[in-house]
Design a protein around this ligand. Structure first.
Ligand SMILES: [Zn+2]
Length: 233
């Protein structure tokens, strides 16, 4: 293995390691993200509260109507019971019975409305529960997939680190230092392939002497424009 090739291989491994580190950071963020699940839970809770309110309103409407019905019965039993004889008093009772019955029809309408609202709220709550179930399953599945991916990357990283160690073995320390310095200042590309007699990183055409030097397996040759280490395939 020529020195430029070793460094080129090292660069491939380092790029893979960078990608793995970046993906691990993304996964850490994604694992924390439960916004969608939270908002679905909030919606379900809202729908549940709404249903509770509607049920209370329905019970109130039923109670009110029941109370009124008893009042009407009492008024009519007094009216027709024969104990009240005074015509003025009888007239008043009759008027009261008419007024109460009018109000009864209003309360019956209200009860009907309350029943419809309660039915609607119950349907909405059921739909929210279904949505929550789906969202929870999606969330759980995604978490499992992310953990699996995390475990696989961690395993791959151990292998890559080992491969890196083996590849770097035997490279002179000053060459490694140059490689690391170029990598950090040249957007991750320290070693550039030569293709069509040009540096593939910056595009500069290389003269014959530089091309010859770049073919040497034991020394490092650098592009005279961008300074990267040249590697001839
Ligand atoms: Zn170059």
């Amino acid at each position: 293995m020529s020195q430029p090739f070793k460094l080129f291989r090292l660069q491939q491994i380092d790029n893979q390691l960078d990608q793995m580190h970046a993906r691990l950071r993304e996964i850490a963020v994604l694992l924390q993200d439960d916004a969608s699940l939270k908002s679905t839970k909030d919606e379900t809770q809202k729908a549940e509260h709404q249903l509770t309110d509607m049920r209370k309103a329905l019970r109130r409407a039923e109670d009110e109507l029941q109370t009124l019905r008893i009042k009407i019965e009492q008024t009519e039993s007094t009216l027709y019971g024969g104990k009240v004889r005074n015509p003025k008093e009888l007239q008043d009772l009759q008027n009261e019975a008419i007024a109460l019955k009018k109000y009864r029809s209003i309360l019956e309408d209200r009860l009907l409305e309350a029943m419809l609202s309660e039915e609607e709220a119950a349907a909405e709550y059921n739909q929210a529960l279904t949505r929550l179930e789906i969202e929870q399953a999606r969330y759980n599945g995604f978490q499992i997939a992310l953990h699996d991916e995390q475990a696989k990357i961690n395993k791959d990283m151990v292998n890559s680190e080992e491969e890196k160690r083996v590849t770097a073995n035997g490279i002179p320390i000053e060459d490694l230092n140059l490689y690391n310095q170029l990598r950090s200042t040249r957007r991750g590309i320290a070693v550039a392939k030569v293709s069509n007699k040009a540096c593939s990183a910056c595009g500069t055409t290389l003269n014959a002497a530089l091309l010859d030097a770049a073919r040497s397996p034991n020394q490092l040759t650098r592009c005279d424009n961008c300074g990267r280490i040249l590697y001839v395939v």
